[in-house]
Each structure stands twice: as structure tokens, then as C-alpha cells.
Design a protein around this ligand. Structure first.
Ligand code: AVJ
Length: 321
């Protein structure tokens, strides 16, 4: 028997105007900025996929190592019967969690949430074939805005993996964790994937790979804007920059203008000085102490903390206190 599939979509309100407003506002600041969510059109998602298998980019491999080793423990500790995955992507890493949940005989429902409709549909179809009888309730939406639409549940495990929370500025991050806490029942848990502070050379190499895939990924945001809005960025007129900022404790990615240039964006002209930089992403790195403090401030207590064998990446299991 095939399990029931339901998919709710909330992205229709995400109009072109709101993207245009956001991009225009970001490019009219003194220090220009574009949000990392614009990296991920089809080409951007493919480039990110290639990043995850680069020798220098350790986070994906480390997180998979942790999940493969500790998923049964995570499931046992949380007694989870339902997996809610924020930013599910292709759910390849989640398989270990679902497998462990199915092993307890109490896997009830899988709730993948992603901003790409095709990703949610594909993943819902695939998993309901692998786990006949599994109820899949997919949500197409932005986990920064549509979490309120998550279905109610009991003994849920909210998984937010990949280190994506590192893209949020600290204020946004603490608001996000506090909001997540308000959605959680007393028996729910959250599993958060975060990259950890480590040797700067290792951190910086992960964002300056020798094949230049990260550079292409970074510049892809300009193509996305050219396609989505009426813009004429010349990708080759910008170079990739990535460095660790020790004060902010994050990797920062930028695009540096290689000349003095005017770019037309949605009917307006944006000027770039030679050498001027646009911030395109921050990727925060954490310590265990920092995480404990942030969970604590959100009303959550850490129940378990797992790292890979090199101590590069962490999965933190937490619950309402
Ligand atoms: C998907 C946000 C976790 O911050 O490492 C990879 C994105 N950017 N290489 C990260 C990314 C450049 C990635 N996250």
C-alpha cells in the first residue's frame, strides 16, 4: 500500500516585485548586499551539489558521517515518530534518520519543507515508495516565513541540517530559534546541523576550492538576477572573494567588481567602483559553548551533541526546557 501524500504550497505570494524590491534595496546600500537564497536556481543548486563533493568542502561529508553513525541514537533519545525537515533538499542525508525511525516501528509521518516545489514532490514520491504506508505531508515554502503552516504533531523531530542556519545573521538566528521553540510541543526535539570553528586555513579552503566551483556558484547569483529581474550584470566583471572574519566568526563571501561599471537592474542604474564588493553570503561557524548559550536563550536545552571524527561539524539535539 502506498502512503498518503499531501503537498501544500505557500510560495505563490513570493512575487517578482518582492524579489525586485529586495535586490534593489540590497544594491542601493553603502555596502551592497544580496541574499544567499538567490544562489539557488537550477544551475545554482547543481553547482552547490558539486561543491558538496569537492575535497576541500568538508561539511556535507562530516554531517553524513555523524548521521550514519548516530541516527539510531538520535531517534532513541528523541523518541521521534515524525520527521519535519526544514530545507529538505533531496533528503539524501535524511535517509539515515528515516531508516532509524522506521526501525523502531513508530515512523508515522515525514514533513519535508523546501522552497523548491519539484524537490518536495520528488522527495515525497520517492519516500512513500520506500516506506509504504508512510504519510508524507510536504510543504513548499520559505522556512523563514511559512513555518506557521507546519501541521501539528506529537513526538516530532525538527531537522535543520547542512549548516544552513549559518546563513542567518545572529539576530535572525536567535529570532528563528525562539520562534521554533514556540512551535514545539513538550515532546518535540530539534536537530540542528552547524559548522564548527576550526583552523582558518581549513575554513577558507572550503570556500576557495581549487576547481573554482564555489566561485562559479557565487557569480551565479548575478545570472539569477539577470534572468529573474531585468538586469545586465556581466558575470566576468566580478571576482569571487571568500575569507574568515574572526570577529564575526563567519566565512563571508563577496563579489568584487573588476572595473568601474554601471549595471542596469530593473530600470535603475547601479554603479560599482573598481574593487567595490557585494556581500553575497555569511556562513557562521560555532563552538559548543556558543550553541549552548543560543539554545538556552531560545528556551531550549541541549540533550546531545555529536561531531564527526575530526570535530569539524556538529549535530545538536535539543528540546524545550
Ligand atoms: C548551504 C549555507 C550550508 O554555508 O557552507 C557552500 C553554502 N556557500 N559554499 C555553506 C555554501 C559556499 C553552504 N550552506
Amino acid at each position: 500500500m502506498r502512503g498518503a501524500i499531501r503537498i501544500d504550497s505557500y510560495l505563490c505570494g513570493d512575487s517578482l516585485e518582492s524579489i525586485a524590491d529586495d535586490v534593489r534595496a540590497g544594491l542601493s546600500r553603502d555596502f551592497k548586499e544580496l541574499a544567499p537564497k538567490y544562489f539557488y536556481d537550477e544551475r545554482g543548486s547543481q553547482l552547490f551539489d558539486r561543491i558538496t563533493s569537492l575535497p576541500e568542502y568538508y561539511p556535507t561529508r562530516c554531517e553524513r558521517e555523524i548521521l550514519n553513525r548516530w541516527a539510531p541514537q538520535i531517534v532513541a533519545l528523541s523518541e521521534a515518530e515524525e520527521l519535519v525537515e526544514l530545507g529538505s533538499g533531496t533528503a539524501s542525508k535524511t535517509r539515515a534518520l528515516l531508516y532509524a525511525m522506521a526501525g523502531t516501528g513508530r515512523l508515522r509521518r515525514y514533513v519535508p519543507m523546501d522552497c523548491s516545489e519539484s524537490v518536495v514532490i520528488e522527495c515525497a514520491d520517492e519516500l512513500s515508495v520506500i516506506y509504504p504506508g508512510l504519510e508524507v505531508h510536504g510543504l513548499v515554502g520559505d522556512f523563514e516565513r511559512h513555518l506557521e503552516h507546519l501541521p501539528d504533531g506529537e513526538r516530532r523531530l525538527f531537522a535543520f541540517l547542512g549548516g544552513t542556519i549559518g546563513n542567518f545573521y545572529p539576530e535572525v538566528r536567535s529570532r528563528f530559534l525562539r520562534y521554533l521553540h514556540t512551535l514545539m510541543g513538550p515532546n518535540d526535539h530539534v536537530l540542528l546541523g552547524t559548522d564548527l570553528v576550526k583552523d582558518v586555513a581549513v575554513l577558507e579552503a572550503a570556500y576557495n576550492d581549487s576547481e573554482g566551483v564555489t566561485a562559479d556558484f557565487n557569480r551565479n547569483v548575478l545570472r539569477v538576477i539577470n534572468q529573474e529581474l531585468d538586469a545586465d550584470f556581466d558575470e566576468d566583471a566580478f571576482e569571487h572573494v571568500a575569507f574568515f572574519d574572526p570577529d564575526a566568526c563567519w566565512i563571508e563571501m563577496r563579489l568584487r567588481s573588476l572595473r568601474d561599471q554601471d549595471v542596469r537592474v530593473d530600470g535603475q542604474v547601479v554603479h560599482f567602483e573598481d574593487g567595490e564588493e557585494i556581500r553575497t553570503e555569511i556562513s557562521s561557524k560555532f563552538t559548543r559553548e556558543q550553541l549552548a548559550q543560543e539554545f538556552n536563550q531560545a528556551g531550549l536545552g541541549i540533550e546531545a551533541f555529536f561531531t564527526d571524527s575530526n570535530g569539524h561539524f556538529a549535530l545538536t539535539l535539543a528540546a524545550p526546557r
